[in-house]
Structure formats: C-alpha cells, structure tokens
Design a protein around this ligand. Structure first.
Ligand SMILES: NC(=O)c1ccc[n+]([C@@H]2O[C@H](COP(=O)([O-])OP(=O)(O)OC[C@H]3O[C@@H](n4cnc5c(N)ncnc54)[C@H](OP(=O)(O)O)[C@@H]3O)[C@@H](O)[C@H]2O)c1
Length: 290
C-alpha cells in the first residue's frame, strides 16, 4: 500500500473529517493508562481527537514513527524501551530531553521535523506542588533506573540538594556525572543518611506488584517528622513504602500525580489546550489500578 492509499483508507474511517491523532508507543506496551488520560481530556474539552495505543517492536520503532508522522499524527508519547531511541531520532531536543537523556514526548512539526521533550521530571515536580510540597528540599533519591535521571534533573533544577543511592552504584555515578550535580551514597548507607533529608523519593521498582519487598518501617521510624515520602511507583497506589510512611505519621505522595502531570504538555502540543489534572480523572485512573 502506498502512503497515499493509506491516507485515503484512514480518511474513509473518518468520513466526517479526520480527528487530531496522537498515541503512545512502547514495547510490549501491555499496560498503559495514557489512552485513558488523553481520551478523557478530549471528551472533557470537546476536542475532536483520538489517542491510541501503538505498540512498536524495537526493530520497527523508527519506521513505525515515520509512518505515523506521514499519516498525519500530531505526535507520540514514548515509553519503555524506546525513550533513548526516541532521543536519537528527534531533530530538535528540548532542554528537558537534554537533561534527562531521553524523550517521552515527540511532536511532529509542520516542517517535517520532530521535536522531543522529556516531561517526566516536570510531571514529578508538578505532582509535588499539587500535594503542597514547597521546594527546594534536601532530597534523597533511591534508584538510578530509566525514570530516575529525569526526576533527579528536575529536583536539581528546582534548587534541591541531591543524594542518590542505587543498588548498582555505577548507574547512580553515571546520573550524577551526566547532570553535573548531586552526590552518590552507597546503597547500604542510605538509611543512615535519611536523617539529613526532608524529601525521600523512591524511583526503584521496589514495591511494584510482584517485586521483592523491603522492610521500610524500621528505617522510617528514625526519620524526622517533617520528612515527606514520595513514591513514583503507582501500581499499587499505596506502596509498602507509602503505607509505612503514613503509619509513621509522615506525608506520603503516590505516583499517580506524576503520571497525570507528565501527560499534560504532550496533550497541549497535540490538541492545542493545556488540560487540568482534575479529581474525576484521578478517580477514573484509580479504578484501573486494582
Ligand atoms: N509515576 C510515573 O509517572 C512513573 C514514571 C516512570 C516510572 N514509574 C515507575 O517507577 C519504577 C521504576 O521505573 P524505571 O523505568 O526507572 O525502572 P528500571 O529502569 O527498571 O529501574 C529499576 C530501578 O529499581 C532498582 N531495583 C530493582 N529491584 C531492586 C531491589 N530488589 N533492591 C533495590 N533496588 C532495586 C534498580 O536498581 P539496579 O540499577 O541495581 O538494578 C533500578 O534503580 C516502576 O515501578 C515504574 O512503574 C512511574
């Protein structure tokens, strides 16, 4: 099928006129809540838009992105394992992408170029603001996987101090070097360090359904009463870390706010309106987490 034939076939699916199209790609992309988010906002704001789940295997990523661009999509969200490949693919990198070393939001421009941003960091900071957490803070971040660098960059850029601990130390070293800020502490040492922090951020996959559990309670028992505990894991919503924090009387912030807020800039770029993170949307997402 030629591109022209594909475009004709697509317009036949939408005889009243083509909606604005966007979507999320990743692989295998078994669980993604992004379509719920974006299609909720399209309905809420009366936008003729459609946001699709678009799994692309690693060998087909670039060709798939080019095909969607040629078909008239406005852009894409990108998730595991394509964020670095997206960074390599885009023509223009926003500051957030350069800081994160990854792209999670691609916008297809009228001149055929692709711009890339990484909104995970700003989404994380917005979730703290929404929870009433004032920055800057003395921050201890656990984990140096794919999500950590964007979060660390955003915390540093918000003026926070950063101590980073990861089971595999070399990955934490790499983030601190890339960002030009923060200190790495040994994984065994973070519990002792906690007394110096007023924000603890978990970016490890500890606490995810099916993952090994960690006994957080004894560590949090020694924490200052003003410590804020944030977990970017959102499945389950109430992670063992957050449960331990609340049992200790500490403020806990779950990962759903980050998920919602990281989606807003992409929606604004593709559909032309900056959407609100309202409570009805959060409720709808919570229903999908059980
Ligand atoms: N709320 C949101 O919007 C949002 C966005 C992105 C990600 N997330 C969540 O964040 C979590 C991490 O995602 P990711 O993409 O960064 O994952 P990832 O790249 O696989 O990184 C996993 C991290 O967890 C650490 N880890 C795994 N098992 C551990 C254990 N038993 N003990 C200590 N550390 C352990 C890893 O340490 P090593 O380096 O030593 O392996 C690594 O730092 C996931 O639950 C994901 O769903 C949430």
């Amino acid at each position: 099928m030629t591109l022209e034939e594909a475009r004709t076939a697509l317009s036949a699916v939408f005889p009243q006129g083509m909606p604005k199209l966007a979507g999320v790609t990743g692989w295998p992309l078994t669980y993604t809540r992004s379509p719920i988010l974006h299609n909720y906002w399209c309905a809420r704001y009366g936008i003729d838009g459609l946001y699709l789940r678009l799994p692309l295997s690693p060998g087909y990523f670039e060709r798939g992105v080019r095909a969607l661009q040629a078909l008239g999509f406005a852009g894409l969200n990108v998730t595991i394992p394509h964020k670095e490949a997206a960074f390599a693919l885009v023509d223009r990198h926003g500051q957030s992408a350069l800081r994160a070393g990854a792209v999670n939001t691609m916008v297809f421009q009228a001149d055929g170029k692709i711009t890339g941003e990484c909104t995970d960091g700003s989404g994380y900071i917005d979730s703290l603001c929404e929870a009433g957490v004032a920055l800057p803070r003395k921050t201890l971040v656990l984990g140096a996987g794919g999500a950590s660098r964007a979060v660390c960059a955003a915390l540093l850029d918000a003026g926070c101090t950063l101590a980073l601990a990861n089971r595999t130390r070399s990955r934490a070293d790499a983030i601190v070097t890339a960002l030009g800020g923060g200190d790495v502490i040994a994984w065994e040492d973070w519990p002792a360090y906690l007394a110096q922090a007023d924000l603890l951020v978990n970016t490890t996959s500890l606490g995810m359904k099916g993952e090994d559990e960690y006994d957080w309670s004894p560590v949090l028992a020694k924490a200052d009463a003003r410590l804020v505990v944030s977990d970017i894991v959102y499945m389950p919503l109430e992670t063992p870390l957050l449960a331990a924090a609340r049992a200790r009387g500490l403020q806990g912030i779950d990962g759903l706010g980050m998920l919602i807020h990281q989606a807003r800039p992409g929606f604004a770029a593709w559909f032309g309106l900056c959407p609100e993170a309202d409570s009805a949307l959060r409720d709808r997402l919570v229903e999908t987490l059980d």
